[in-house]
Ligand binder design. Structure first.
Ligand SMILES: C[S@@+](CC[C@H](N)C(=O)[O-])C[C@H]1O[C@@H](n2cnc3c(N)ncnc32)[C@H](O)[C@@H]1O
Length: 274
């Protein structure tokens, strides 16, 4: 078994008594719970908690938002076992975040708190999360952010207990996710414990695929060019000097109307099939 998995197995039974529950894990849960309630607004949605640990957030969600269909994923067998004991009605999957491509369901809300720093290839995880998240879904990611030398020094102490880890700065994080997600909200949790780095909790939505708009723009330009030059050719053939101005204006107006409605239909079609 991977050394880092063994470490998380070790922490599983001690997790709820860790001192960081008070200054970091607990306050993150409190905020995330509020955020999820606000997003869900009583709707029946699918939620995935990636790196769910012993299932404390899942348990609070079960109590506060019973309409949500919950799934917990973790690669530590002991963490998952404890979560299962706590959350009997929740689906659990023993899985490394590096293997998210094995999941097929889609989720309206994906939560990932305090586990991002331990992923071997976080960019690949975000690529997969973007596939798993529904079009208008929300991804909530919380982590201790290493923004200054001081944060990094404190977090290097934490690393001694968790094994290999990288705590990104806020700038690094935004850069990491920008291909797949856009930031909708950032909340900084700072319990004013002098020894604690700030906890950043991001709410993200999927990045809109701007390539669709660009293709539509190009199609529109081409269609307009073709139609306009055709109409201009016809018009010049048919009209006498006297009527040229009037006819040109009318014909071009008609051509524009046709082109616009055709292009709008094409735009709608391409949006629906994507
Ligand atoms: C600090 S705990 C956070 C638990 C919980 N999300 C919370 O906020 O209290 C980190 C959790 O992430 C899990 N984890 C770390 N790397 C993982 C990976 N690559 N795939 C799945 N789970 C992972 C660990 O097993 C552990 O349960």
């Amino acid at each position: 078994m991977d050394m880092s998995v063994k470490l998380w197995d070790f922490w599983a039974d001690r997790y709820s008594k860790l001192w960081v529950q008070k200054v970091s894990l607990g306050p993150t849960r409190e905020y995330v719970l509020r955020e999820i309630k606000e997003i869900a607004r009583g709707r029946k949605l699918n939620l995935l908690d990636l790196g769910c640990g012993p299932g404390e957030l899942l348990s609070e969600l079960g109590e506060n938002c019973p309409q949500l269909a919950l799934t917990g994923v973790d690669y530590s067998p002991r963490m998952l076992e404890l979560s299962q004991q706590r959350n009997r009605n929740t689906k659990h999957i023993l899985l490394d975040a590096a293997e998210l491509d094995r999941l097929e369901s889609r989720y309206d809300i994906i939560v990932c708190t305090h586990s991002l720093p331990y992923y071997r290839d976080p960019k690949d995880v975000f690529k997969n999360l973007s596939r798993l998240l529904t079009e208008n879904g929300r991804l909530i990611v919380g982590f201790a952010s290493g923004n200054s030398m001081y944060d990094k020094a404190v977090l290097s102490g934490v690393k001694l207990t968790t094994g290999r880890a990288h705590y990104p700065s806020n700038r690094e994080f935004v850069d990491l996710v920008k291909e797949y997600f856009q930031v909708q909200k950032l909340n900084i949790i700072n319990k004013r414990a002098f020894f604690m780095p700030k906890i950043a909790v991001y709410t993200l939505g999927k990045t809109i695929d701007t390539t669709i708009d660009k293709t539509v723009d190009k199609t529109m330009d081409k269609t307009m060019d073709k139609t306009m030059s055709k109409m201009l050719g016809n018009t010049l053939d048919k009209t006498t000097d006297k009527t040229t101005d009037k006819t040109m204006t009318k014909t071009m107006g008609k051509a524009m109307d046709k082109t616009l409605s055709k292009t709008t239909d094409e735009t709608m079609d391409s949006r629906e099939c994507c």
